[in-house]
Structure formats: structure tokens, C-alpha cells
Design a protein around this ligand. Structure first.
Ligand SMILES: C[S@@+](CC[C@H](N)C(=O)[O-])C[C@H]1O[C@@H](n2cnc3c(N)ncnc32)[C@H](O)[C@@H]1O
Length: 292
């Protein structure tokens, strides 16, 4: 089957890097999702927000919720799994932070640099979240949005984030999680859906919000209470919106030619299944915060 033959199954960090290199170089993702490769935030009282606006809103909501906005201008922030730098630029332009964004994809680093104004206080490097080339306590804030689900070794991911966070600094993480299968094991058809979702977008494993909260809390570098929430309600309209984007901005795809049209159609079943899984609670949008 087409989806099986062309699956972007996780094999190692190399498969994640090459998936993002290709999604960046063909420009399709950026044309449709803009500079933020994450879901948007749709507030309770105004659900009818433009998709791209909702993504910007998401960054401000996570900053506020995590307390990152308590840090003074000039604070050093590490954006782990920075994509093409959407969050990093907001953190530097709107909050005055000094930001370093890291990603596995060299194509993303190149594009992030192109999109960032000269003189801006953010920079980008290719680096693995599991082997951060930074000293202990080097950052006032650690930020990571929708990167953890691409990482198999969640313990090391948590350890590296907390190791590089200074005492008293702020951690802000958002990620795609599964329901807690210790409380309610997956049904047969749910296992099939999860396998499909994992294999389409280079994810090795989804764990529960409780599971990752425990990993952060028990990390050898943990120093306090970890608070987590499920933001499914605020983020779920993003899935349909990401399909409507193709209708609202058809030229974004049409101008890229027939290959791009086929590629974008190919993503629709995955997006619809993601919507179904997040709506039913099989998948959950976890956010996490703690102090270093
Ligand atoms: C869904 S994108 C999110 C990008 C960005 N945070 C945003 O919100 O626009 C996932 C990102 O995580 C990065 N990533 C995945 N595994 C990683 C790892 N082991 N080390 C560094 N970055 C990683 C990918 O390269 C990609 O940039």
C-alpha cells in the first residue's frame, strides 16, 4: 500500500533528520504550516482563530503557563527540537531572550538562519537532544515543543534538559502523548491506529503524560515538582485547520507542482486519524513545567 511503501518509520535519529530535511527542502510543510511546526492554541471563548495566528498564540500561552515570562531580558534559552525557528524568534523578538535553537536537521538549521533577521539574538545549530554540547546549568530556560515524541530514550531526553537548566530556571515542554495504558489498555483497533500514526511521521513511541511527568520528576537532575496538563481542548482544532489551509491558500501547494499535490494528499488520512485519536483521548497533548 502507498502509505506502507512510503512510510517514514522511525529507525534511528538519522531517519528523523532525513524526514525533516526532506519536509524542509520540498517547502510543502512551511507553505502550509508556516514557520511553526506545531499545533495552535484556540482559546475557550474564541475558537475561530486563523491557524497561523493560533500557532503564535500557542507560544505565548506556553510562555505564560510555564512562567518563562518571569525571566528578565537577555536570559539564555535553549529551544530543543527548534524546527525552522518559529518559537525561537518569538522568544527573542517578543521577550528579549538570547536563544539557541537545536535540531537534528541541517536543512532546518539552514532555513531557520535564512528566516532570522540579522542582529537577532537567536542562533541555530545541528545537535542531538540526547547529547547536548552545553555545560550543566548553562540555561535560564529550556523550551521544547513537539520534539520528544521523536525520541526513543525519554529518560536521557529529560536528563539532558534538566542538566542544562540552571537552579531556579524554567522548563517548558509540550509534546504528543498517548493515553495512560496502565489505566486503560489500548483496544485492538487502537493499536492499529497508533502503529499507523507512529510510522507515518518518524515517531518511535508515544508515552503518557503521567509517564513523562514521572520521568522528569525522577531524573537525577530534577529538583522540584513537575506540573503537567492535557491541552487537547485548546489544540485540537489545529487538525482540521491544517487541512483547510490547503483550501484557504491553494497556491501554496499548486505552485510547487504535481509532486507536492500528491504529497499533500497523502498526509490527509494521517491528519484525520490524528484528529480522531486526539478527540477520543487515545492521544493527548501534554504540557510540562518545572523549575531547575
Ligand atoms: C514537530 S517538529 C517541532 C519543531 C519546533 N519545535 C516547532 O514547534 O516549530 C520536531 C522537531 O524536533 C526535532 N528533533 C527530533 N528529535 C530530535 C533530537 N534527538 N535532537 C534534536 N532535535 C530533534 C526535529 O529535528 C524537529 O525540528
Amino acid at each position: 500500500m502507498f502509505w506502507g511503501l512510503n512510510s517514514r518509520k522511525y529507525k534511528s535519529k538519522v531517519s528523523v533528520a532525513s524526514a525533516y530535511d526532506s519536509w524542509t527542502e520540498d517547502k510543502l510543510l512551511e507553505r502550509l504550516w508556516g514557520e511553526h511546526i506545531h499545533l495552535g492554541y484556540y482559546p475557550k471563548n474564541s475558537r475561530n482563530v486563523d491557524f497561523r495566528q493560533a500557532k503564535v498564540q500557542f507560544v505565548h500561552e506556553l510562555v505564560k503557563w510555564s512562567g518563562l515570562n518571569n525571566l528578565p531580558k537577555g536570559s539564555r534559552i535553549l529551544d530543543i527540537g527548534c524546527g525552522i525557528g518559529g518559537s525561537s524568534r518569538i522568544l527573542s523578538d517578543c521577550y528579549g531572550f538570547n536563544v539557541i535553537g537545536i535540531t537534528l536537521s541541517s536543512a532546518q538549521v539552514k532555513r531557520a538562519r535564512e528566516l532570522t533577521a540579522k542582529g537577532s539574538s537567536c542562533s541555530f545549530e545541528v545537535m542531538d537532544a540526547l547529547n547536548l554540547d552545553f555545560k550543566d546549568g548553562e540555561f535560564d530556560g529550556i523550551w521544547s515543543v513537539e520534539a520528544g515524541a521523536h525520541i526513543l530514550n525519554k529518560d536521557k531526553f529529560a536528563d539532558e534538559m534538566l542538566r542544562t537548566l540552571r537552579p531556579g530556571g524554567y522548563l517548558a515542554v509540550a509534546d504528543w502523548n498517548s493515553r495512560d495504558f496502565n489505566l486503560k489498555p489500548p483496544l485492538f483497533y487502537e493499536k492499529i491506529v497508533l502503529k499507523f500514526l507512529l510510522e507515518q511521521w518518524a515517531h518511535p513511541e508515544f508515552i503518557s503524560i503521567n509517564g513523562f511527568n514521572n520521568i522528569l520528576s525522577k531524573s537525577m537532575h530534577s529538583s522540584g515538582e513537575v506540573i503537567s496538563e492535557n491541552w487537547n481542548f485548546y489544540t485540537n482544532p489545529s487538525w482540521f485547520d491544517s487541512i483547510y489551509e490547503g483550501v484557504r491558500r491553494p497556491n501554496a501547494i499548486l505552485n510547487l507542482g504535481p509532486k507536492a499535490i500528491i504529497k499533500s494528499i497523502r498526509e490527509i488520512p494521517t491528519i484525520l486519524l490524528m484528529h480522531w485519536a486526539f478527540s477520543n483521548g487515545l492521544m493527548q497533548f501534554g504540557v510540562y513545567k518545572c523549575r531547575g
